[in-house]
Ligand binder design. Structure first.
Ligand code: ADP
Ligand code: MG
Length: 386
């Protein structure tokens, strides 16, 4: 789905009011009844219908007619719009440039502020690929299940932003976080290549140690990245130094599966270095020895997990995301041990492209599933949703 920044400046205040009403109604309704939109917006009935029509034309909402009632759903586009408008209102974003990535669960754009300073905008898109995981866990979605993609995407952005902030403040090599709104985060642009794209380096051993040291440093600070792999490690073009990104799945070292996550991170690096650089080392960190270390070594970094927890993001809500992530990772581990070895197989240089294709081709199907969550028979407009 394309972000349309030009539209941002041309919405009337009544249209905005109606769009916001649809968003509010989405908290409890898969399809927000038109009567409810009228009520929330506080505008005249006839007027609202017209405004909904023009919002639908711009794909910010989509009309759904079913047996029971007439209503509208906020689209990805509408949610993007609301987030972008918030970011632009507070002068964090002025213009939107190229899309530079379609991740498994995100879209990445280059954007700029008024001064032309380039930044990276990450739009979280949970529920696009792994909707199965949520569907099997409807219970704890509670009322929210109706807006699960929106809700989970926002939780994911809030979590990523909270972690990035604390990590950045403690001098971890991560992008500088700039702002966050709804399912979007804004951060420093890193002039770098993902490790995945690097065919050769002068000294693999040095980078290997640096990355393992980083895993250890995270763990000493009470954190495990949880997806520490060649896609989420950027290598600075100028210095060759690693920068770590992608934090929605971070877990605390006191998480019940902490050791499993930790070993997985370590293994990802070992496996990649072996395959890509033919570099193998018998030295790698063990979770238990880190856990058993005594503090008091002057490190002020202990328990960043608690620092993040105390930073004000909603822990209760985050439990939903945590279960989703757990579920997703476990599912990945089960189904994907073969997928993974395929993905990073020797000479398999297009694996990331394959992954990207998969992301976009599955998009429609998965969103459809989301849409039919309540068993509604959809009339039209699905394709424009995404
Ligand atoms: P996902 O959660 O979808 O994997 P990531 O946060 O890993 O999303 O970002 C996907 C890709 O976007 C990265 O592999 C990288 O190429 C690019 N990217 C993300 N953040 C930045 C950044 N701050 N600077 C430069 N490139 C970035
Ligand atoms: Mg990533």
């Amino acid at each position: 789905m394309k972000l349309d920044a030009t539209d941002l400046r041309y919405i009337t205040s009544d249209e905005f009011r109606v769009l916001t009403a649809v968003e509010m109604g989405s908290k409890n309704h898969e399809v927000v009844p038109t009567v409810l939109i009228v009520k929330i917006s506080g505008l005249r009935n006839g007027g609202v219908n017209k405004l909904l029509g023009s919002l639908a034309k711009r794909n910010l909402v989509s009309r759904v007619q079913n047996a029971r009632y007439d209503g509208y759903r906020l689209t990805y586009g509408g949610y993007d719009y609301l987030a972008m408008r918030a970011l632009s209102k507070r002068d964090s974003v002025y213009s939107v440039g190229n899309q530079i990535g379609v991740g498994k669960e995100s879209d990445i754009y280059i954007v700029a502020d008024k001064e032309g300073q380039e930044m990276v905008l990450k739009l979280h898109r949970l529920g696009r690929i792994s909707f199965r995981a949520i569907k099997s866990k409807r219970d704890y979605m509670g009322k929210r299940k109706s807006a699960s993609w929106m809700y989970l995407s926002r939780l994911s952005a809030e979590k990523e932003y909270a972690f990035m902030k604390v990590l950045y403040e403690h001098d971890f090599p991560v992008p500088r976080p700039v702002d966050q709104a709804r399912h979007c985060i804004l951060m420093e642009f890193i002039d770098a290549y993902p490790l995945r794209q690097i065919a050769d380096i002068p000294s693999p051993g040095a980078l290997y140690s640096e990355l393992m040291d980083l895993i250890v440093r995270f763990a000493r600070a009470g954190l495990i990245h949880g997806d520490f792999n060649e896609f989420n490690i950027l290598i600075r073009r100028e210095t060759g130094k690693p920068v770590v990104i992608d934090f929605p799945q971070m877990v605390s070292t006191s998480h019940k599966n902490a050791e499993w996550y930790f070993n997985r991170d370590v293994e990802c690096i070992r496996r990649f270095f072996k395959r890509r650089f033919r570099y193998e080392s018998s030295i790698y960190p063990r979770f238990r020895s880190i856990k058993s270390e005594k503090s008091g070594d002057g490190s002020e970094e202990w328990h960043l997990d608690l620092v993040v927890a105390a930073s004000g993001y909603n822990q209760g809500e985050q439990k939903v995301l945590e279960e989703y992530m757990d579920n997703y990772l476990q599912e990945q581990a089960r189904a994907g041990s073969d997928e993974e070895s395929e993905g990073s197989g020797e000479g398999d240089e297009d694996a990331d492209e394959e992954e990207f294709e998969e992301a976009s081709s599955e998009e429609d199907g998965e969103v459809d599933e989301a849409a039919s969550d309540k068993g509604q028979q959809e009339a039209d407009g699905e394709a424009e949703d995404v």
